[in-house]
Write a protein that binds this ligand. Structure first.
Ligand code: 1PR
Length: 616
């Protein structure tokens, strides 16, 4: 808050809302210079007088407190203005990726954000948040060239309040193997290395995992029994040399550092801004250590949880309104005379509801993105913006990510389209049709050109930010040698008793079949840089008869990246079934949630009873 300029005879008094009764301090000596009085929350204020003409007054930060400003002179005192003051937190965003979620979480907690523009802004910060995004080497280059690396070291070495997130933790260490070795800030002993996937461990480590608290950090408190959201391929192993920094560890393949603390300096490998209420409580404790946040319910987290994802297929209906729709084997029109697009609700409202109900992630699929250019489709970007203001779990958005030339001849690269989705609040983007073309080309030539949307986006935003959505259709065959694609012996034979099937990939929302199987596509896109696979099945979509276990087992055994099972959920048993019979990391459903047949909480309670760990 900027206090007003004063004339020579005036003083100003700022009152914070104390416990009643509110009493006006009469200590407005016209001779005293502007003074700030140390206060307890909701008690008293600051007062001043001016004896030097129109001197601007200093800035105050009385976080989230009602304040009144009174201007006075020797004979009178009048009300100038009042409001709720927000504290300011400084954010180091060097522009390498999406930090919108973090900005939203900070604002949601009632704080204003000041962006670092130059190294001095770091040195003058009261409280600094550093959400590292992108690749280690690129981040170090920006920090060093801008002089911010040095300022950061000075700030941290002076034990000023600091919170690093994800790469913001890794950069504090000596070096990283990511495209390296690359030198880090060197404040903590240790090397950032990649998770070892040679034993079949799915990398990136994506999802909700449990942390083990090693020492009191002041901000983690009671999160030891709760899941927090991780998404990364690199991590630091605890050692004797860095152990006195470690405040928590997490297990994924091996034990790695999930947070560090020393004095006022904290950093976390997970994403508090994407970790629901638990994450918001961590952020709140860092931003306002005096805050008394509500105690978290008792948790039982012990390992990586299986995720339950709510999916919203979104498109414009015939009136032009953006609605959540749902297909029946991808046909989203009612079977009535009017043949209208099925309307199951409003995207922002439904996403907010699913967040409250406990969805671990929300996916938006812009299902007509293949024909409508997403950047022309502003409502979809608005949906993301509004949703991300209040939903603090990961958001994925897909549909229409490809190169595009609009009617004015303006060319947009798929990277630009994805960037706009990220800027609008997406944490991951999902590519459908364009990934099929990229995989076909790669399998034909054996050459990674680096030019496909998949390769470009994963290079800039990291593999973990790129999901490939596969839309396969079952094709029954009598003999596995009948086709050149990988087939499986199916659990239920085909209409003419066929015992085998292969899964043909489609594009444009299932409208066109392509000469590539789901197995071949999955392997190819993993090599091209996909971080995750969203595995639909046109035959099962909207049928409520359960997931296609044959398909999901085939793909989740073939790749080392996480697979999201999708299409066909109709009952809670279908979720336990897919997790018990396949290596899927997550299960996605749409229809049963939209039609309110089964709430997310029931799915999770059932999974827990079946001994499958989920985030509660
Ligand atoms: O090809 O990059 O533009 O992406 C288009 C995206 O839109 C793809 O991810 C594709 O899967 C999706 N899509 C296109 N057309 C449809 C359609 O339904 N007509 N939806 C469509 C895909 C499948 C799932 C659905 C699950 C679960 N929908 O998203 O939510 O099957 O449903 P259920 O639980 O009710 O069975 P591009």
């Amino acid at each position: 808050m900027d206090a007003p300029a004063l004339s020579s005879s005036q003083g100003v008094s700022i009152l914070l809302r104390p416990s009643p009764p509110l009493t006006l301090r009469r200590a407005l000596s016209p001779t005293k210079p502007y003074s700030r009085i140390k206060t307890k929350p909701f008690s008293i204020c600051a007062s001043s007088s001016s004896d030097s003409g129109k001197k601007p007054c200093p800035r105050f930060s009385f976080h989230n407190r009602l304040f009144l400003v009174l201007v006075h002179d020797s004979s009178s005192c009048s009300f100038l203005y009042g409001g709720v003051a927000a504290a300011v937190v400084t954010l180091l965003d060097y522009g390498a990726g999406n930090v919108r979620s973090l900005r939203n979480a900070i604002r949601y907690l009632g704080f204003d954000i000041k962006d670092v523009q130059k190294p001095e802004d770091i040195l003058s910060a009261n409280r600094l948040v550093f959400p590292g995004v992108g690749a280690f080497a690129a981040a170090m280059e920006v920090l060093e060239q801008s002089g911010m690396a040095e300022a950061l070291c000075t700030y941290i070495e002076s034990d000023r309040p600091f919170l690093g997130i994800c790469l913001g933790l890794q950069l504090l260490f000596e070096s990283s193997e990511e495209n390296g070795p690359v030198k880090g800030l060197g404040l903590i002993p240790g090397v950032v290395g990649r998770f070892d996937s040679s034993n079949g461990l799915a990398v990136p480590h994506i999802g909700w995992n449990a942390v083990q608290i090693i020492k009191d950090s002041g901000i983690l408190d009671d999160i030891g029994r709760h899941h927090v959201y991780f998404v990364h391929s690199y991590r630091v192993i605890p050692s004797d040399a860095n152990w006195d920094w470690v405040s928590s560890v997490c297990n994924y393949g091996d034990s790695f550092i999930s947070s560090i603390t020393r004095g006022n300096v904290h950093a976390v490998q997970f994403h508090p801004e994407k970790s629901g209420d638990v994450g918001l409580s961590i952020l709140r404790k860092f931003l306002d250590p005096s805050s008394s946040s509500k105690k978290l319910a008792h948790g039982k987290a012990s390992q990586l949880a299986k995720r339950v994802i709510a999916c919203l297929d979104v498109r414009a209906n015939d009136k032009g309104d953006l609605v959540v729709t749902k297909g029946d084997q991808y046909d989203v029109r009612e079977h009535s005379d009017e043949h209208q697009v099925r309307n199951l609700g409003k995207p922002v409202e439904l996403a907010g509801q699913y967040y409250k109900d406990g969805a671990d992630e929300i996916s938006f699929l812009n299902i007509t993105g293949f024909r409508d250019f997403p950047l022309g489709d502003l409502p979809m970007l608005q949906v993301l913006r509004y949703t991300s203001e209040n939903v603090f779990v990961p958001l994925t958005v897909g549909g229409g990510i490809r190169d595009f030339t609009d009617e004015n001849g303006r060319y947009y690269s798929s990277l630009e389209v994805a960037s706009e989705y990220f800027r609008s609040g997406a944490d991951k983007i999902s590519i459908g049709s364009d990934a099929v073309f990229a995989a076909e080309e790669y399998l034909k030539t054996g050459v990674k050109t680096g030019k496909s949307s998949l390769e470009q986006i994963s290079r800039v935003y990291g593999n973990q930010a790129v999901v490939v959505s596969i839309d396969p259709r079952r094709v029954y065959i009598r003999n596995p040698n009948d086709v050149k694609f990988k087939s499986v012996k199916v659990y239920s034979p085909g209409p003419s008793g066929e015992e085998y099937a292969w899964y043909q990939c489609t594009i444009n929302g299932g409208r066109e079949g392509r000469p590539i199987g789901a197995y071949e596509l999955a392997k190819a896109v993993e090599e091209l840089g996909a971080g995750e696979i969203l595995l639909n099945c046109i035959d099962c979509d909207g049928q409520g008869q359960g997931f296609d276990i044959d398909l999901i087992k085939l793909i989740s055994d073939a790749v080392t990246i996480p697979v999201i099972a999708s299409s066909g959920a109709g009952a809670v048993q279908h979720f336990s079934d897919v997790f018990q019979k396949t290596s899927a990391s997550a299960a996605l459903a749409a229809g049963i949630f939209h039609r309110k047949e089964v709430p997310i909480s029931l799915v999770k309670e059932h999974l827990l009873r079946e001994g499958i760990e989920v985030r509660m």
